[in-house]
Design a protein around this ligand. Sequence first.
Ligand SMILES: Nc1nc2c(ncn2[C@@H]2O[C@H](COP(=O)(O)OP(=O)(O)OP(=O)(O)O)[C@@H](O)[C@H]2O)c(=O)[nH]1
Length: 325
Amino acid sequence: MTQNATFNTDTFLLEDPNDLISTDKWQRTVNLLAKVFDAPASFLVQYTQKGFQVTIASDQASNPYPAGLIVEPEVNIFCRRIVETRQQLYVSNALLDSCWDSNPEVHNDGFRSYLGVPVFWPSGEPFGTFCVMDFKETDYQTTYLELIRHLKDILEADLSLIGAYAEMQKLAITDPLSGVNNRRGFDILAEQRVKLAQRTDTSLGLLYLDVDNFKAINDKHGHGVGDDVITLIGMVLTQSVRQSDVIGRVGGDEFVALVMYDAKEELASVKHRIAAAFCSHHQLERLPVFTVSIGITDANSSASIGELLDLADRDMLQRKREIMD
Ligand SMILES: Nc1nc2c(ncn2[C@@H]2O[C@H](COP(=O)(O)OP(=O)(O)OP(=O)(O)O)[C@@H](O)[C@H]2O)c(=O)[nH]1
């Protein structure tokens, strides 16, 4: 289920710039680091599965590594050690330790000294490193180590801003009771999913689910039990569809799922899977027995999400009438 696309810690910030980050301020911070250490190069480096990318490079002619440069994740560079250990690293002279023999920063580019600290996302995941490098051996004193940690706090404060904003965005599109997308979230993500399906030539179907006589559950067992049924539906739907499918709660007891399929019969089998899941779950959860009506429509036309929801809703009502009659 596509839900948390707003805060992706596995994407390079340079590929997906964030308005909340002032890269000017970061540039000044990185430049300042090089200046106070009287060093030829300093960096903010981001780590993802794709490797290490220089996000910001101090703007001196002596700096060989520009912003945007990516180093493969398995290369034995200093920053890699920090990401692995999550600890500060100070190498005053890399030639004195054979573990750096295979480091291209040392044997290709002539660096001797490295001081770096880990930078973390607010989630505690490593963002990357903040570091300063020199072509000569160094002997940094404690106050310098404190300074680099202080400057890194400034960068982490900005990263926590992105985290807080992403969290707010997530809250704005999530239904707190069922944990699935609310109507706004569903509309946004479903529209993206439809565009992606058109580009990749895949087929989509829309399921519309409504609890039968939900009002009676509330009236007979109380609102709290009704809430538990809503929570259960969110859970069952999440477990019944693929990660890339989009689900949402679009009304009190109404849920929808936009699902990808290869053969049309798959839509009917998703529908049966969902209905069957309720049978086993309400026993486990000690909830009253309830049934749901599910409508389906094909979602491969140029119709808007609102129009598709209407079609699936009408199909659901038709089925509900058939059961009630
Ligand atoms: N417990 C609980 N009840 C809710 C919530 N949101 C809406 N409802 C109730 O859901 C009920 C929906 O009633 P109806 O739209 O008549 O639907 P129904 O009783 O399922 O009837 P049919 O759709 O015809 O099967 C109303 O009584 C609402 O008060 C919620 O978050 N929690």
